[in-house]
Design a protein around this ligand. Structure first.
Ligand SMILES: NC(=O)c1ccc[n+]([C@@H]2O[C@H](COP(=O)([O-])OP(=O)(O)OC[C@H]3O[C@@H](n4cnc5c(N)ncnc54)[C@H](OP(=O)(O)O)[C@@H]3O)[C@@H](O)[C@H]2O)c1
Length: 254
């Protein structure tokens, strides 16, 4: 399944950071692209973020991967969401079923889109550990190529069942919430602790912690600041952390 791998890379999330603010989206996306980011995650749930991401990527879409979502209990509404995405993005490379919403019903028509080559990969997402059992059930159908889940040193429930299952099935993993929606960044460890880890900043350490798990493909930190989009992207380069460094990051994040 190696050729199916997406990473390890840093992508860009879009929840709550630029919404319908097209100017901010243009700057943040431009900075991310210049720093080598290629995977952009969005959803109809993110209040205008898809439209502003689409506008920001226009003229510079080549080589990029749009990972967005279908989020509705109704198939008709799901298809309408997809129609708008095709207008904004031209096509969707990774189409994910958001929060498992009507996943069996949405999957049936999305599989046809994939079979026709209009979508490259199908994924399924959930943010809550209480839904991880159903997320695993969905993956076991072997009808999904991608799973999106939360993972950071304070939220490690995915390590129990989902990451081993994804590795076993050859399902690519996209990690949301690497900074715990910013909560892990409120306090930074000392400069000396960071130096010992071989990194310059705490966000870099947290992103490297996620990508150092060989079962993870893409991590999608969100930011409204162009300069942070660039520094976050830089964390997607080796060297990766070994077990000792990962344990140290977990200790510092506790
Ligand atoms: N959270 C969920 O439940 C969920 C669910 C489904 C999908 N997702 C996807 O996953 C993406 C990422 O998750 P998330 O947005 O919830 O949280 P996150 O990426 O863990 O954290 C985002 C927060 O971190 C801050 N930040 C980013 N880079 C920083 C840096 N270098 N230094 C300091 N602060 C930094 C941002 O603030 P500034 O804007 O001020 O930089 C923002 O408030 C989402 O955008 C979305 O695409 C999330």
């Amino acid at each position: 399944m190696e050729e199916r791998r997406l990473g390890p890379v840093v992508g860009l999330g879009t929840w709550r950071t630029f919404g319908g603010d097209a100017a901010t989206a243009h700057e943040v996306v431009g900075s991310a692209l210049a720093a080598g980011v290629r995977v952009f995650d969005s959803s109809p749930m993110y209040g205008g973020a898809e439209a502003s991401l689409g506008a920001a990527l226009r003229e510079r879409r080549d080589g990029t991967v749009v990972a967005t979502k279908i989020w509705s209990q109704s198939v008709a509404d799901g298809k309408a969401q997809y129609g708008r995405q095709v207008e904004w993005f031209g096509r969707v490379e990774i189409e994910q079923i958001h929060n498992l919403a009507a996943w069996r019903e949405q999957l049936a028509w999305l599989e046809q889109e994939r079979a026709l080559g209009r979508v490259d990969r199908l994924g399924v997402t959930h943010y809550a550990p209480s839904a991880f059992g159903e997320l695993a059930e969905a993956l076991r159908t072997r009808r999904f190529d991608v799973v999106q889940l939360p993972l950071n040193p304070r939220e490690r429930e995915a390590e129990r069942e989902l990451l081993p299952l994804a590795a076993e099935l050859g399902v690519a993993v996209i990690v949301m919430r690497p900074f715990g929606e910013g909560a892990l960044l409120r306090r930074s460890p000392s400069a000396e602790a960071l130096r010992e880890l071989g990194v310059e900043t705490w966000p870099e350490a947290l992103l490297k912690w996620v990508l150092s798990d060989p079962r993870v493909d893409v991590v999608i930190p969100a930011t409204s600041k162009p300069e942070r989009a660039a520094t976050n992207a830089a964390a997607g380069l080796p060297p990766w952390f070994g077990p000792d460094e990962r344990a140290r990051v977990a200790e510092l994040a506790a």
